[in-house]
Design a protein around this ligand. Structure first.
Ligand code: ZN
Length: 42
């Protein structure tokens, strides 16, 4: 399975990724983009 952040589009495998749900779809986000999702800056 390809790791790709749906926010910034990175596929950097050295980065930590998280499963999440966005608009009813399961997606992945990298650790760098997670804080902005938590704080709603999007
Ligand atoms: Zn990202």
């Amino acid at each position: 399975m390809e790791l790709k952040c749906f926010v910034c589009g990175t596929t950097d495998k050295t980065r930590v990724f998280f499963d999440c749900y966005h608009e009813g779809e399961k997606k992945m986000t990298c650790v760098r983009c997670l804080p902005s999702l938590i704080h709603g800056q999007h």
